[in-house]
Design a protein around this ligand. Structure first.
Ligand SMILES: [Zn+2]
Ligand SMILES: [Zn+2]
Length: 331
């Protein structure tokens, strides 16, 4: 029996339509093994000559770098540091200057993605993310920073060498605005953070929990929009990613590594995106937000129904997705 589920924060609806199928068939269809991109001609092998050296941040240092943050050579946004974006009307339309920053974070190894880097490297990558968030937060022209990873050519990665991107925007994206409005409305009504309540609920019955450690928890959301979607939350309430204590961020990074390895193993190594869903920079305005990481394997095809209604059809029950990602046998 299919079911309509509503996301408690965004208000979005999703149709969970698993039919009679238990283990989804697409997982058994033979997938071509992922081939590593050729190292020859990889633009990240000789970054010093790439034209966008020196890095803005380098760990442990510029000479022996293992992780660097550089300006993107082909930025989606750019602008003068001294001027904020200006909005204006273009006829009846509203426009805004494309002022912002587009950074890439590159790790040294040509092959090892976030699932396979050492725990120390995983922490260093998150250190770089946090440092950039804090730098960008000081500039009052910036409204929001999007931190994400595209893993696989089908989800937007144009270079096979593992890397991450940070895009700083002069506006708060509508998706974030809606999510904040949902959190605020819940907080006003219940005097509690909606995500803290969701974490409590998920820990109570554990059906959708994949793993947890002292500082963070990973589970499949009740109203997952797509198969094997996973959220990772700090267990304690922190609105801004950049201001969260290191040990908590490291706890979330460790779970991200674990979840990515489980997804690769149990879901046939799909292309995927993961991103940090943080509060906008004027964080004092958003005490009810609870930052988290979302992992979205890109398995479903977006069709006419999804585009026309913004209701996704998820063919994998999130309860079963969690069981599979815990390594339980599902037939
Ligand atoms: Zn490379
Ligand atoms: Zn919370």
């Amino acid at each position: 029996m299919s079911e309509l589920r509503q996301d408690i924060t965004s208000g979005d609806w999703v149709i969970i339509a698993t039919g009679r199928a238990k283990r989804p068939r697409f997982l058994d269809e033979q997938k071509k093994p992922r081939t590593a991109s050729p190292i020859e001609n990889c633009p990240f092998e000789d970054l010093q000559k790439s034209g966008n050296w020196p890095p803005i941040i380098a760990y442990p240092n510029e000479k022996n770098w293992q992780v660097v943050l550089l300006p993107n050579k082909y930025p989606a946004l750019s602008g003068e540091e001294s001027r904020c974006a200006e909005s204006s009307l273009c006829g009846i339309y509203h426009r805004e200057d494309g002022r912002g920053y587009h950074d890439i974070v590159v790790t040294r190894d040509h092959v090892k993605n976030f699932a396979d880097v050492s725990p120390v490297m995983a922490r260093n990558i998150f250190d770089v993310f946090q440092e950039r968030h804090r730098i960008m937060a000081k500039d009052s022209c910036n409204a929001y920073i999007s931190t994400f990873c595209n893993w696989g050519a089908s989800v937007g990665a144009s270079i096979g060498h593992p890397h991450y991107q940070l895009l700083t925007l002069p506006i708060i994206p509508p998706h974030i605005v809606r999510s904040l409005a949902g959190s605020k409305a819940y907080f006003k009504k219940n005097h509690r953070c909606v995500r803290c309540d969701v974490i409590r609920e998920e820990r109570k019955h554990k059906k959708r929990v994949i793993a947890e450690n002292e500082y963070a928890i990973a589970f499949t959301p009740y109203a997952s929009k797509s198969p094997f979607e996973v959220s990772i939350f700090p267990k304690k309430h922190f609105p801004a990613f950049g201001e969260t204590p290191k040990k908590v961020v490291y706890g979330a990074a460790a779970l991200l590594q674990l979840v990515l390895r489980r997804v690769r193993k149990h879901v046939n190594d799909p292309d995927l995106n993961f991103f940090i869903h943080g509060a906008p920079f004027e964080r004092s305005k958003y005490p009810y937000h609870h930052w988290h990481i979302e992992i979205v394997p890109r398995i479903s095809v977006f069709g006419g129904f999804e585009y026309s209604t913004e209701i996704d059809i998820n063919v994998v029950d999130p309860d079963m997705a969690a069981a599979m990602l815990r390594g339980e046998k599902v037939v």
